[in-house]
Design a binder for this molecule. Structure first.
Ligand code: AMP
Ligand code: MG
Length: 319
């Protein structure tokens, strides 16, 4: 079983030796390896059982580092970096040769982020290479938001879990492509559309794609628990008499039909940020309870991080 601890020294030594370390970030826990070491990157894909067509995000601690592995021509990057880095924003840039093709699934673009977590920033500063890190969960499953989640699922697939507490944002980064003439959101996430538009004006949001390598990270079916999951809105309550095996993830208020102890309220005060923080852990909780056979889920209000929550719900319930 992988050791959990808070030693950046130990994490550094393992990463320098080409091993994998799970790192805390404000979004979700990552499964990190040396982004410039092909073997380490290959072991990330293996550990997660992640298909090779789904590229990884490269993490660093300072914008000056990015010039080593990506081109920084876009006029948008400085504005976005100043406003939101370190933070839950990933930017898609043109890659340089030093980044192995494996990291980017053969694409000529690389996704880059400066995460906002003190332990991970300190670790990144001590390394002379960037870290490739997707979320530290088996491919397709809900993302981990604390160290225990990582240990429960990846146990000996990871060499060390750097424990930085529960993730403050709780949902994956927002991905913006800066490849075309104007910025485009490829994935809604932990940085809200409203905050982005306040800085750079109106931004297009890409629609989902099933498995096209031209639009990776947008897989239609993803982030799903193991049990069957449906949207509450699509259920006809009248079709059911017995709700004892139904679990529910609701936004603010419980549903009167379903036993109270089977329901997880994401935010009793109706706050979308608080709801995002609890979101993935709620699915894990219900997934682990043997008496619950099916999970029903309710959309969040469609503003702020509620949009990212609804995007994850859409994909978790997609066939
Ligand atoms: P994860 O960290 O597991 O949420 O995965 C990161 C996401 O970023 C993936 O789903 C990728 O598809 C997306 N991503 C990484 N690199 C690229 C790229 N070059 N082009 C488009 N999307 C990317
Ligand atoms: Mg992921």
């Amino acid at each position: 079983m992988a050791l959990i601890g808070d030693s950046t020294d130990k994490a550094k030594q393992l990463l320098q030796a080409g091993k994998l370390v799970s790192i805390p970030t404000e979004t979700v826990y990552g499964l990190a390896g040396n982004a410039l070491n092909q073997k380490a990157v290959l072991s990330i894909f293996k550990a997660k059982n992640r298909p090779a067509f789904d590229p990884l995000i490269v993490h660093t601690h300072h914008i000056n580092e990015i010039a080593h592995f990506a081109q920084l021509p876009s006029k948008w990057i400085n504005e976005l970096a100043d406003a939101f880095w370190p933070g839950p924003l990933t930017l898609l840039l043109l890659k340089k040769k030093i980044i192995p093709d494996l990291v980017t699934s053969g694409l000529d673009t690389v996704a880059v982020r400066i995460p906002n977590h003190p332990l991970t920033l300190s670790l990144l500063k001590q390394l002379d290479f960037p870290l490739a890190a997707p979320s530290a969960n088996p491919f397709g499953y809900v993302s981990p938001t604390n160290a225990q989640h990582v240990q429960d699922q990846l146990n000996d697939q990871v060499d060390y879990i750097l424990d930085g507490g529960a993730c403050g944002v709780g949902i994956e980064s927002t991905i913006i492509s800066l490849i075309e003439a104007s910025p485009k959101i490829l994935r809604l996430g932990g940085l809200s559309l409203e905050n982005i538009e306040a800085v750079i004006g109106k931004v297009a949001v890409a629609s989902h794609s099933s498995s096209s390598p031209a639009a990776p990270g947008m897989l239609k079916s993803h982030y799903a628990p193991k049990k069957s999951i449906v949207k509450i809105d699509e259920v006809n309550m009248k079709d059911f008499e017995d709700f004892s095996e139904i679990g529910a993830v609701v936004f603010q208020h419980t549903r009167k039909e379903i036993p109270k102890q089977n329901q997880i309220v994401l935010s009793p005060t109706g706050d979308v940020d608080a709801a995002a923080k609890e979101f993935f852990a709620a699915f894990r909780n219900l997934d682990e309870r043997p008496e619950i056979k099916s999970i029903w889920v309710e959309n969040a209000p469609n503003h702020g991080l509620g949009r990212a929550i609804n995007d994850r719900i859409k994909r978790a319930t997609a066939k």
